[in-house]
Design a protein around this ligand. Structure first.
Ligand code: PCA
Length: 213
């Protein structure tokens, strides 16, 4: 039985792979309670694909993952904003500028994952992690905002959120330029720890995860 829907993204920006999808598919291969769906890195197609996946699987928890090249750890996201400002075109060639994800939607949604408890659990599994306060203004933030809007308006009992993951070592090696990386097996371990924590913990830890910038 599916309890958790996990999504990862198709490769984008000239990369041959996307570690978010590689890790999500690894978790689903290991666990009966996790279904994995790959989302297109396309503004027009990503949210319809997410809606289809939620309607098909009817999970208790949705965890969407995406690649954040340059980040050095696994970062559960706290805030989704109602803004698209694409620095690079998506995989369909679209590059929206200063558009809302949902016209007339609220300015932002908070995750309903206990992100501080998730970070503690990921660290306890031996994987570096920290809370992030921005998911950017590209397709990942669009999916995060669209997910939170969908759950708030149509599936209020379902919890959900977004997590960004670093490049894999194979990507960095192939690119030939220095950048932080994390193995896909470690990213998968982090996603499992995050999902298990989110299923179990309803009230987040009262510890700081704040940042000055
Ligand atoms: N990362 C991009 C989009 C797809 C992905 O994996 C982002 O952070 O917006």
């Amino acid at each position: 039985m599916t309890r958790v829907l996990m999504t990862g993204f198709a490769p984008f920006g000239g990369e041959p792979v996307n570690p978010s999808w590689e890790a999500v598919s690894l978790v689903a291969a290991r666990r009966d309670d996790v279904a994995a769906v790959e989302l297109p890195c396309e503004f027009a197609a990503s949210l319809p694909a997410l809606r289809r996946a939620v309607e098909a699987h009817r999970p208790a928890l949705v965890v969407c993952a995406g690649q954040a090249g340059g980040r050095s750890d696994v970062t559960p996201e706290r805030v989704a904003i109602n803004l698209i400002d694409a620095r690079i075109p998506d995989n369909a060639g679209a590059q929206p500028l200063d558009a809302p994800v949902v016209p007339d939607g609220p300015a932002a949604y908070f995750t309903t994952l206990p992100v501080k408890a998730c970070v503690a659990a990921i660290r306890a599994a031996g994987v570096p992690a920290s809370v992030s306060h921005t998911a950017g203004t590209y397709v990942c933030n669009q999916v995060f905002y669209g997910l939170m809007h969908l759950l708030a308006t149509e599936f209020p009992a379902v919890r959900g959120g977004f997590v960004h993951v670093p490049f894999s070592p194979e990507q960095v090696a192939a690119a030939g330029k220095p950048a932080p990386s994390l193995g896909v097996d470690r990213i998968a371990a982090a996603l499992e720890a995050l999902a298990d924590t989110a299923l179990r913990v309803t009230e987040d830890l009262a510890v700081t995860a704040g940042a000055e910038h």
